[in-house]
Design a protein around this ligand. Structure first.
Ligand SMILES: C[S@@+](CC[C@H](N)C(=O)[O-])C[C@H]1O[C@@H](n2cnc3c(N)ncnc32)[C@H](O)[C@@H]1O
Length: 303
């Protein structure tokens, strides 16, 4: 019988061997499989570059253990300062006998899945999608600003100009900004796009309207179907895998410029210290700062 193995994220190749045919389970890789839908006891091995958030990491580890056959091997690794030092304890709590090594500022934990596991249902429940009464939306630990309104998003919602026609929300998260945009009757269609499957699935729950369309995809790649739009809104990301990455927001701005019709408008909120104007100006006919406060800036850029 062929071995079925899994991988979560992109573990550095000098720290862990991953079979070339391993099934990818990271929610941050569009097109990957979903660990929460993987049948129990179906995998012969799995390697996880464990995510940094504690609830999110315990959830991914618990799902991985549920998906493994008894006796199959789990390898989990993480940088020391992004959960690595906690891995061993977290796995021991699930009833595993862990062998741990250290290399290149990472901890690497290896264990066989025991016949019986402890506490995985609680970890799965704590890390799964849930309705948050305070924000009034479906959300999930690990997704951007999953349990609070991001101040930049809040500011953009407060200062949204009139929008109409067909638009897109680049990096939609769970759909907080999109909900405010769709509250305007003059918006006929809004495409919500995010690289995080969990965010897109929460947004689908949150915006139950035929005017909303959803895409789980990477906006750094070209998208010919995003064309001739009347508007784009965004609270652009400036972190990739936890590291500041100005190139990411710049790629969002370029993609917005490509996707808009002549005269279409891009409305974005940005951290004041990041150099967006320089990227916006050559791509748009007019760039107008709408407001600058509390470390954020809102721009309206017209094609
Ligand atoms: C600053 S958050 C904004 C989320 C939401 N619009 C809000 O205002 O609360 C940026 C979003 O961009 C997403 N993102 C990051 N890189 C991306 C990429 N390459 N393609 C598509 N979405 C991406 C993140 O997952 C995150 O949800």
């Amino acid at each position: 019988m062929p071995q079925i193995t899994g991988v979560y994220g992109t573990p550095p190749s000098d720290l862990a061997d991953v079979p070339a045919n391993a099934i990818q389970f990271s929610p941050l890789m569009p097109g990957s499989a979903s660990l929460d839908r993987q049948p129990p006891a179906s995998l012969d091995g799995i390697t996880l570059l464990a995510p940094p958030g504690t609830i999110e990491r315990r959830y991914a580890l618990a799902l991985a253990l549920r998906a493994l056959k008894p006796g199959a091997s789990l390898t989990a690794l993480a940088p020391n300062d992004r959960g690595g030092t906690r891995l061993r304890k977290e796995l021991e709590v699930f009833g595993l006998d862990v062998a741990e090594t250290s290399k290149r500022h990472h901890r690497i934990a290896v264990a066989a899945r025991p016949a019986s596991l402890a506490g995985i249902d609680d970890a799965i429940e704590a890390g799964g999608p849930r309705f948050d009464d305070e924000i009034g939306l479906w959300t999930q630990p690990g997704v951007f600003s999953w349990d609070r309104l991001d101040p930049g998003t809040g500011l953009l919602i407060e200062h949204l100009p009139d929008l109409s026609g067909r638009g897109a929300d680049f990096g939609c998260g769970i759909g907080i900004l999109a909900r405010a945009v769709l509250a305007t009757g003059s918006v006929s269609e809004l495409t919500l796009i995010d690289i995080d499957r969990r965010a897109v699935e929460c947004a689908q729950h949150n915006l139950d309207t035929p005017r909303a369309r959803f895409l789980w995809t990477d906006l750094r790649e070209p998208h010919p179907e995003l064309a001739n739009l009347d508007f784009v809104v965004m609270n652009a990301p400036f972190h990739d895998a936890g590291q500041e990455d100005k190139g990411l927001a710049q790629a969002f701005v370029r993609r917005a410029a490509e996707s808009l019709r002549k005269g279409g408008v891009c409305v974005m909120v940005a951290n004041r210290h990041l150099p967006y104007e320089a990227v916006l100006k050559p791509l748009f006919k007019a760039v107008t700062p709408l407001i600058e406060t509390g470390g954020y800036k809102i721009f309206e850029a017209r094609k």
